[in-house]
Design a protein around this ligand. Structure first.
Ligand code: GDP
Length: 295
């Protein structure tokens, strides 16, 4: 439930206001609903799709009272969000999780939180400081490594990220580690470079461990709303994303973007960030999310 208060106010309370403001279900109601959904960062296509589905349900179930629509909309949202998706781990040997995303979205923090979580689950974790473009990124990853008692494999600033990934995977194999979390650079200004760099890192990992990387997690900042949706589309194209971590859901009114991401990319949201602390990462459970939203 934590952190969804503002999204609830911005989204569900407005939707409910529409439903209580109408005596019957008509075209105007649907239009107003669509507008509220779009303004709540649900995204144009997903908003239209939800309203379309709602129309169908109303017809099929012969609903005439607008008050009944909240319940139906909640059901449709749960359906849209799909089932809970877990992280893919290797059956044997180290699992490699590549973490991608634009600078500032909370990538390093998320890696730190995940490392801590996996460690608490009894896994042996190693981190790869693959964002070699910024010295600060390497330092920060080390701070998180110390905090969670996890080793960080690094090279100097400017080194080849693929070489860092290689070192980390080697270390994981020889020391029988369970999880390698690989940080990557998040410079977006050059799509071709970004793509090349990620491809090379992936290639090295694939060569060392068949079937790896087992996950490509994209970190997105919920407070950026529609930008997050654009980034999801871009990284889906360049990196073959298998799951999303949506950060900073605490305190933002833009939580509706979860629906837009699911509706428009079909990439499952696997974790949500709800604060800056080590513990502030939760598996994303669609049903719970919808319930928390609708209070
Ligand atoms: P990076 O550049 O993507 O590696 O981003 P960082 O991990 O350095 O995070 C950027 C800022 O966002 C830091 O101040 C973090 O504390 C903050 N941050 C990360 N995740 C969350 C979250 O879930 N909630 C909040 N409120 N802040 C977060």
């Amino acid at each position: 439930k934590a952190g969804l208060t503002k999204t609830r106010q911005n989204f569900v309370e407005k939707v409910e206001q529409i439903f209580t403001g109408y005596k019957k279900i008509d075209e105007e109601l649907y239009e107003e609903l669509e507008e509220v959904l779009i303004r709540s960062d649900v995204g144009v296509n997903t908003s239209m799709e939800l309203v379309e589905r709602l129309r169908k349900e109303v017809k099929q179930r012969k609903i005439s009272d607008p008050q009944e629509l909240t319940k139906v909309l909640q059901e449709l949202i749960v359906e849209l969000l799909g089932k809970e998706e877990t992280i893919a781990f290797a059956e044997r040997g180290p699992s490699v999780i590549l973490v991608v995303g634009v600078n500032g979205v909370g990538k390093t923090t998320t890696i730190g939180k995940l490392a801590n979580r996996f460690k608490l689950d009894g896994k042996r974790v190693v981190l790869a400081a693959g964002d070699t473009f910024r010295a600060a990124a390497i330092d920060q990853l080390e701070v998180w490594g110390e905090r969670s008692g996890v080793e960080v494999i690094k090279q100097r600033e400017g080194a080849d990220p693929a070489a860092v990934a290689y070192d980390a995977v080697q270390a994981a194999k020889s020391r029988e580690m369970d999880v390698v979390l690989v940080d990557t650079a998040g410079r977006l200004h050059n799509k071709v470079n970004l793509m090349e760099e990620l491809r090379k890192v992936k290639r090295v990992i694939e060569r060392e461990i068949p079937g790896a990387p087992h996950e490509v997690l994209l970190v997105l900042d919920a407070t950026t709303g529609q930008n997050a949706l654009q980034q999801a589309k871009l990284f889906q194209e360049v990196a073959g994303v298998t799951g999303i971590v949506l950060t900073k859901l605490d305190g933002t009114a833009k939580g509706g973007v979860v629906l837009g991401i699911q509706g428009e990319t079909r990439i499952p949201v696997k974790w949500i960030g709800i604060g800056e602390g080590m513990e502030d990462l939760r598996p994303f459970v669609p049903k719970d999310f919808a319930e928390a939203l609708f209070g």
